[in-house]
Design a protein around this ligand. Structure first.
Ligand SMILES: *Cc1c(COP(=O)(O)O)cnc(C)c1O
Length: 382
């Protein structure tokens, strides 16, 4: 099977991990800080906090922003369930915004319309989480302007978008947001097995996330509420969990980060080859936005009527191609239906869900793989 995505691990990755395993500290050692600093300088943010998944990063970012049972968090329908789940786990009330017809990212128009209504009945969101779907940056500047008018904070779920650029600036630099989160799951841009990162320019958010990453405990004597009785002393001042990333995972992340540029170049090559070779087929292809550079985490196409998307996926699967679907709109999941959400409230997402499919794209995918996919797709659509 050609997967829709997979990790790219080489001998140098294996050596770096092996070396990290031979050192005295395999967790809570120096490689964690080193990885955090490298990511922070790569994206151009003041702070980075490493955690064991992007789901943990989302949870900590929400907690650090003070999201609790009195909070409202909005996000987009077209995302992985973790984006909204993490807010619900903080106690928040969540709601969704439909997607833009062209970019399949959050619709700025739909967001603004919902904000106008929410202001009237006093139910404005505390945080709006945007998702750079498939690696294509959202329209951050207009969203940031809305945040100034309506008084909400912005979290970027940048799980797909390490290495993507918005108006020439790296995603994660948080020029138009309070914080961003990244995922290092094997299908994402770089991997640590499982892993994630928060980036932010706020020292307050970073400090809170660090504290909550380790049980809500602080070891900084200047933060103690009591006189320190000895060097063994620490204080728990909030309630947290253990969401730490190990040093050997950071060793892998650091080495992978060195190849991120080539991963993205490779993914772009595949994406542009698809755009070229699929142009004549009855498909809607991903939007290429002039002012942004996608990291091409996913390559999504939409199957135009009268062809049926499910038949096309079946045909590809029969040919050994693990075509997939990203994402089942979050409000459509049974858990969210129980909360009262209905897909029919999001017409663009409903339409997207019927027609979209993800083709294989990953660093290391061969030209032969690509030809196999193009041929199978051409057959399925003829
Ligand atoms: C992968 C992903 C997550 C979750 O990442 P994990 O590291 O697996 O927890 C969250 N949001 C989006 C948009 C993702 O693609």
């Amino acid at each position: 099977m050609i997967p829709y995505g997979r990790q790219n691990i080489d001998e140098s990755d294996i050596q770096e991990v092996a070396e990290a395993l031979r050192s005295s500290l395999i967790t809570q050692g120096g490689l964690v800080t080193k990885f955090e600093n490298k990511i922070a300088s790569y994206v151009g943010a003041k702070h980075a906090v490493a955690v064991n998944s992007a789901t943990s990063a989302l949870y900590l970012a929400y907690r650090a922003m003070g999201i609790d049972k009195d909070s409202i968090v909005w996000t987009v329908t077209n995302t992985f369930v973790a984006t909204s789940n993490a807010a619900i786990l903080c106690g928040a009330k969540v709601d969704f915004i439909d997607i833009d017809k062209a970019t399949w990212n959050i619709s700025v128009e739909a967001l603004e319309q919902k904000l106008v209504l929410a202001r009237e009945d006093n139910s404005l969101p505390d945080v709006v989480t945007v998702v750079h779907f498939a690696g294509l940056p959202c329209e951050m500047e207009p969203i940031w302007k809305l945040s100034q008018d309506y008084g909400f904070r912005i979290l970027e779920d940048a799980s797909h978008a390490l290495g993507a650029k918005y108006k020439g600036e790296e995603i994660g630099g948080c020029q138009f947001s309070d914080a961003a989160v990244f995922s290092f799951h094997p299908v994402k841009m770089i991997t640590t097995g499982e892993g994630g990162m928060i980036t932010t320019n706020s020292s307050i958010l970073a400090k809170k996330a660090l504290e909550l990453r380790s049980h809500g405990v602080t070891r900084e004597s200047e933060d103690f509420t009591r006189e320190s009785p000895g060097p063994w002393y620490f204080e728990q001042q909030d309630i947290g969990l253990n969401l730490r990333l190990t040093d050997f995972q950071c060793a892998l992340g650091l080495n992978q980060l060195g190849r991120l540029g080539s991963f993205i170049a490779n993914r772009s090559e595949i994406a542009y080859a698809y755009l070229d070779k699929l142009a004549h087929l009855p498909l809607s292809l991903p939007n290429v936005v002039e002012s942004s550079q996608s990291s091409w985490h996913l390559f999504v196409v939409r199957v135009n009527a009268p062809k049926n998307r499910d038949d096309v996926i079946s045909h590809l699967r029969n040919k050994g191609i693990a075509a997939s679907m990203h994402y089942i709109p979050v409000p459509y999941h049974p858990y969210y239906q129980e909360l009262g959400f209905s897909l029919s409230d999001y017409p663009e997402s409903e339409n997207y869900y019927r027609t979209a499919m993800s083709l294989p794209i990953f660093a290391g995918m061969t030209e032969e793989d690509l030809e196999v996919v193009v041929l199978a797709l051409t057959e399925a659509l003829s």
